[in-house]
Design a protein around this ligand. Structure first.
Ligand SMILES: *[C@@H]1O[C@H](CO)[C@@H](O)[C@H](O)[C@H]1NC(C)=O
Ligand SMILES: *[C@@H]1O[C@H](CO)[C@@H](O)[C@H](O)[C@H]1NC(C)=O
Ligand SMILES: *[C@@H]1O[C@H](CO)[C@@H](O)[C@H](O)[C@H]1NC(C)=O
Length: 222
């Protein structure tokens, strides 16, 4: 009797349900691509399991007369294997959880983005469990006066429409749920061969190219 009161008290006091993602964790996330050379990318998950944060210190895209054409498109694919929270994190009665990726926040910096230059960030999500599932979010930046050197930072968010969200199969406590992949591609083009576009990223905290991926959880029965 004493024990059950002790267990119930925190819930009664706060009146809140425990977030279903609390205690979830990433298992050895991997990344590859010309936008994320080894050692330049950091992938972490928040304690609540609601956000995955990916920071890049070398994700740089360039267009303009002095840059080789290959510099105008960069990409990075991350593999996000997630382990479900252990049973003690689950609210009473919850036996399994499933999750989905719901959208992205983009934070970064353009040193220069001249009139005529367009930079598009494509984020594509898919999963090893769902053959036919892909979702893409797009953030587009059109160059002009407000972006000219010395540049400007941006902070944009794009959601995947609720109707297109695909949840992983139901995972028991502590089990590895399906793996999601997120592919980030930045592509620049230009209508003016003399114009420049420079997306810079560096080690300093305010120069990191940061993507935050929103994770949604729901209860299910395995
Ligand atoms: C990765 O990010 C976490 C959380 O912000 C930080 O504690 C850690 O030092 C970072 N690791 C690297 C290699 O930058
Ligand atoms: C970017 O916007 C989000 C909300 O959309 C906010 O939580 C975050 O703190 C912002 N980042 C910066 C660096 O201002
Ligand atoms: C750049 O790409 C975007 C998206 O595909 C397109 O709308 C735009 O017309 C292109 N601009 C040039 C100059 O090709």
């Amino acid at each position: 009797m004493k024990l059950s009161i002790a267990l119930l008290t925190p819930l009664l006091v706060t009146g809140q349900e425990i977030a279903l993602g609390t205690g979830a964790r990433l298992i050895q996330p991997r990344h590859s691509g010309n936008g994320c050379p080894s050692g330049s990318t950091n992938i972490t998950m928040s304690a609540s399991g609601d956000w995955i944060t990916i920071t890049h210190s070398k994700f740089r895209t360039y267009i303009g007369p002095s840059y080789p054409p290959a510099e105008k498109t960069k990409n990075c694919q991350v593999q996000l294997p997630i382990s479900a929270p252990s049973a003690e994190h689950f609210p009473q009665g919850v036996k399994g959880v499933q999750y989905t990726l719901a959208g992205t926040e983009y934070e970064g910096y353009y040193s220069q983005l001249d009139e005529g230059v367009t930079a598009i960030h494509y984020s594509t999500y898919y999963s090893n469990q769902m053959d036919t599932y892909t979702a893409t979010t797009i953030a587009r930046f059109d160059g002009g006066e407000t972006w000219r050197a010395p540049g400007r930072s941006y902070n944009e968010s794009r959601m995947i429409p609720l109707s297109s969200l695909a949840y992983t199969y139901c995972a028991r406590p502590g089990a590895t749920a399906a793996t999601f992949y997120a592919n980030e591609r930045v592509a620049m083009n230009s209508s003016n061969p003399q114009a420049y576009g420079v997306s810079f990223a560096g080690e300093a905290v305010d120069l990191l190219y940061t993507r935050r991926i929103r994770v949604l959880w729901r209860a299910c029965t395995p």
